[in-house]
Design a protein around this ligand. Structure first.
Ligand SMILES: C[S@@+](CC[C@H](N)C(=O)[O-])C[C@H]1O[C@@H](n2cnc3c(N)ncnc32)[C@H](O)[C@@H]1O
Ligand code: SF4
Length: 428
């Protein structure tokens, strides 16, 4: 490529000024004399130029170069290639500008900052199943279950393997954790333990699980600790059984709480390193119990007590509680297109973790890779829309949950900050 560019420059110059001196030619082209001689020799050997005697003018060297007919057609071909290449470079440059323009808004550096990477997602979320054993009031599942999109799907373990391979190679050092969760309850998947273990052993990154904890009997607790899982996050949402039953419909706090306590005990006995955290989605029905919840668990051996903000699952439920006419006011970019990709139970890659109705799906993971999807035009375009606060993507346009996402520079901490604190501060 470099040679053809040099050859093209020399041919162009010779055709324009055949009587020029070598020294002037070298100067005009910005070449050293050595480099020019090297090029001239190559062009001569290819039969693209020849020398002519030039004795009449004593001030000039006694020969000059002319293009042969082959030289003329080669120059035309190189010119065309040169033009094509320049046009390509221009388009690429224009695209880069389009996608990266205006990253700094209101002194906030939206874009690939901190742990976020252009090459590969810093977080891979895996939805193991669509099936659930509870019907929580803040969750979309009860409604989703009645929709035509619901299909009781379970993630194909082969896709889990494919994801692990990609994370361990392309995502090495970039993906901070794989988070197993679900549009349902992940431990309903009959091969969940095996898939999690595979990720722990082979992904080269941390692995976490979000579960309602209701299905954890002693045998399964041993199984889960045996996987070597780095962190388990148990959604609890209440300090009293009355509140629990109102929110986590179909569940019983006495069961969930005793499961967590048992797991803490087994962890100690097994000398396991798995971090155990309990979480609570704050909402009208339980806000009076936040302090009791914290007090209770902070006195136990859990690694973190997480109070989460309520969101609308991308506008799919809690519309009355959360959607208001000004939910688009002062809108800023949402973090998700820069942070994570979701592999869902349908075997699709999607860009939004709170999408229940397949509206943010990008492609089938059977056909594409995470890397090519992360870097494709759709994603670039989506980021560009967000950076410019245009939000023309139909799904993003209506979503009020952008407010809930926290960028690495924001004061409000995100789930990724929690994982960093719990899993990275001490061991990496
Ligand atoms: C969809 S669940 C799936 C995993 C599992 N079934 C569980 O309950 O942990 C994942 C997490 O999302 C939370 N969640 C569901 N709907 C939510 C909402 N509207 N706002 C905030 N968090 C929500 C749940 O409480 C849970 O902690
Ligand atoms: S929050 Fe979890 S347990 Fe509750 S309905 Fe949703 S998916 Fe099921």
């Amino acid at each position: 490529m470099e040679n053809s560019q040099d050859h093209f420059e020399v041919l162009r110059k010779i055709q324009k000024e055949p009587e020029t001196t070598q020294r002037k030619l070298a100067k005009d082209l910005g070449f050293s004399l050595g480099k020019l001689n090297y090029c001239l020799k190559a062009l001569k050997e290819k039969g693209l130029i020849k020398t002519r005697n030039f004795k009449k003018n004593p001030n000039k060297i006694n020969y000059f170069y002319v293009l042969t007919p082959r030289g003329i057609s080669e120059k035309t071909r190189l010119t065309l290639n040169f033009m094509k290449r320049k046009m390509r470079e221009y388009d690429e440059l224009k695209d880069e500008l389009k996608y990266e323009d205006n990253l700094n808004m209101e002194n906030k550096n939206y874009g690939f900052v901190g742990r976020l990477s252009k090459k590969f997602p810093s977080q891979v979320m895996v939805d193991l199943t669509e099936v659930c054993n509870l019907a929580c009031i803040h969750c979309t599942h009860p409604e989703f279950k009645l929709s035509t999109v619901y299909g009781k799907r379970m993630l194909d373990p082969e896709l889990n393997k494919k994801m692990i391979k990609e994370v361990s190679t392309v995502g090495k050092g970039i993906t901070k954790y794989i988070r197993y969760t679900s549009n349902g309850e992940p431990l309903v998947h009959p091969r969940s333990y095996e898939m999690i273990q595979d990720a722990v052993e082979n992904s080269g990154t941390k692995v976490t699980l979000t579960t309602n904890g209701t299905l954890l009997n002693e045998k399964r607790m041993f199984k889960i600790l045996k996987t070597g899982l780095h962190m388990i996050d148990i959604s609890t949402d209440a300090a009293s059984n009355d509140t629990y039953k109102k929110i986590r419909v179909g569940g019983d706090l006495d069961v969930t709480r005793s499961n967590i306590l048992k797991l803490l005990k087994l962890r100690e006995e097994a000398n396991s390193k798995t971090k155990i955290i309990v979480s609570f989605v704050e909402q009208k029905e339980n806000s009076h119990e936040v302090e009791d919840f914290k007090d209770y668990w902070q006195q136990r051996d859990v690694d973190e007590v997480l109070i989460r903000r309520l969101h609308s699952n991308s506008g799919s439920n809690l519309v009355d509680k959360l959607k208001s006419s000004d939910n688009q006011k002062n809108r800023r970019p949402c973090l998700y297109p820069w942070e994570r990709v979701i592999l869902n139970a349908r075997g699709k890659l999607a860009f939004c973790p709170t999408d229940w109705y397949a509206k943010s799906e990008l492609c089938s993971y059977h056909d594409k890779t995470i890397q090519e999807t992360w870097q494709n035009t759709f994603y670039k375009d989506l980021r560009s829309q967000h950076i410019q606060c245009k939000f023309s993507n139909k799904f993003c346009k209506q979503c009020p949950d952008w407010r809930n996402t926290s960028w690495p520079f924001d004061e409000n901490k995100s789930y990724a900050d929690l994982v960093e604190k719990v899993l990275y501060n001490e061991s990496v």
